[in-house]
Design a protein around this ligand. Structure first.
Ligand SMILES: [Zn+2]
Length: 284
């Protein structure tokens, strides 16, 4: 954040994506976003954002609010941590009769994850995960509240007062690609309503779960707007052109050392014609 604050300018998502916000023609305007609504956004990110006066938007998955449930991909991650990827893949193969193998025939967590993310309807996916927990005798649900994995309503209220905005990331964190038109609409509408209730702000932004092109359908963006959102946020990779945006790309922040992050951002800036924006090299 210190590095970005030094060389770029922070704005709320609203101002970056909207010409009426006043900053749309400003090159190098950055909006910070977080997905999934993790509790650590409150514990670790919020104090830093407050210290440096940086606005941000958090995209909530509404079923996970107040740690009411463990989202499906975190259930899966928990099982993998507890039992190992190979045991999980082999158990799913035994339950489903389907094979998830890499090209050299090894059990492939990646293939399983892809199948569950993009091509399995939520009901089938959740049933499979239930059976998997029984099969592996591991029940991750008990950990969610104890660990405070997700944000609570009280934390969200406090963050709202501290300048954080909230958007929707769906009800169940299901890729829109795995849903029918009607089910996509349901995710979009229901989550919007809950975010507006809990955060007490308008919810003009939707962030696609998983966010890459294979995770949504050609018609998804039209449905997002039909559900009342102004803008959809994806995982892309470049700067967004100035002007009112119906969709915004994002640059993912990886777990990487500052010099690697800085050169990645600089590379993207150079390719987008923002040469010389940063000026001098970053602090060591
Ligand atoms: Zn997500």
């Amino acid at each position: 954040m210190v590095y970005l604050k030094r060389y770029y300018r922070f704005h709320g998502l609203q101002e970056v994506g909207n010409p009426d916000g006043g900053s749309q023609s400003e090159k190098g305007a950055i909006a910070v976003t977080f997905d999934d609504g993790f509790g650590d956004n409150y514990r670790f990110a919020f104090p830093i954002l407050k210290t440096y006066g940086i606005p941000a938007t958090v995209f909530l998955v509404t079923d996970a609010l107040d740690n009411r449930t463990l989202l499906w991909m975190h259930r899966l991650a928990y099982l993998v941590n507890a039992c190992g990827g190979q045991a999980v893949v082999e158990a799913v193969e035994a339950l489903s009769g389907e094979r998830f193998r890499s090209s050299d025939g090894q059990p492939s967590m990646r293939a399983l994850r892809e199948r569950l993310t993009c091509r399995t309807p939520p009901k089938d996916r959740d049933e499979l995960l239930n059976s998997l927990c029984e099969e592996l005798k591991t029940w991750p649900e008990q950990s969610v509240e104890r660990e405070g994995l997700y944000l609570t309503s009280a934390e969200i209220k406090e963050m709202t007062q501290g300048g954080i905005a909230f958007g929707s990331h769906g009800v169940t964190h299901t890729a829109l690609a795995a849903l029918s038109g009607r089910a996509q609409m349901d995710e979009l509408r229901r989550s919007k309503r809950v975010v507006e209730e809990v955060a007490g702000n308008e919810c003009p932004y939707f962030a696609y779960p998983f966010g890459e092109p294979r995770h949504y359908r050609p018609e998804s963006q039209a449905l997002v707007h039909q559900a009342g959102y102004e803008c959809v946020v994806k995982v892309g990779g470049g700067w967004n052109p100035a002007g009112k945006a119906a969709a915004l790309d994002r640059i993912k922040v990886e777990e990487e050392p500052l010099p690697a992050f800085a050169s990645r951002i600089e590379g993207i800036s150079l390719r987008s014609g923002l040469r010389g924006l940063r000026g001098s090299p970053p602090v060591q």
